[in-house]
Design a protein around this ligand. Structure first.
Ligand SMILES: [Zn+2]
Length: 153
């Protein structure tokens, strides 16, 4: 993907702002929206651990709050020696905004792995959107039952 290097660079810059006094695991993320905008994020920990938010979700929530609805790529970097895979919660959030999103993982040594979100989360959780909500029209096509929960596939 053309913007891969740029996204990785933005994620590496965001990592520098990590607030991770408990784990000391610094993570940076950058998302590319379908309209070409890039949003960055870093992990933000809290003394009440459950309130901690991952870098990927910070970046995605920034994008969505600025009007984006489709995420085409997410880059994730950390300062651990190995590649940093998004956690399950982040995979679900990525899936919500793009079932073909590329997840780009980059280690500090420059090792890069790119996976489609569907490889990492083959069966994302789906709820039917009510009314004429078109945040992600491609997901709506996968809903078979209008009465309640459904799973893509
Ligand atoms: Zn996460």
């Amino acid at each position: 993907m053309r913007n891969k290097d740029r996204l990785i660079k933005v994620a590496q810059e965001a990592l520098k702002n990590s607030y991770s006094p408990y784990s000391h695991l610094r993570v940076g993320a950058a998302v590319l929206t379908n309209d070409g905008r890039i949003f960055s994020g870093t992990n933000i920990e809290n003394a009440s651990y459950g309130l901690t938010v991952c870098a990927e979700r910070v970046a995605i929530f920034k994008a969505i709050s600025e009007g984006a609805r489709r995420i085409t790529a997410v880059a994730v970097v950390s300062d651990t020696p190995s590649l940093c895979l998004p956690c399950g919660a982040c995979l679900q959030v990525i899936w919500e905004f793009g079932e073909n999103t590329e997840v780009i993982m980059c280690s500090p040594k420059g090792e890069i792995k790119v996976k489609k979100i569907q490889e990492l989360l083959p069966q994302g959780f789906v709820l039917k959107k009510k009314g004429n909500y078109s945040a992600n029209p491609s997901h709506a096509n996968k809903v078979k039952d209008s009465k309640g929960l459904n799973v893509s596939g």
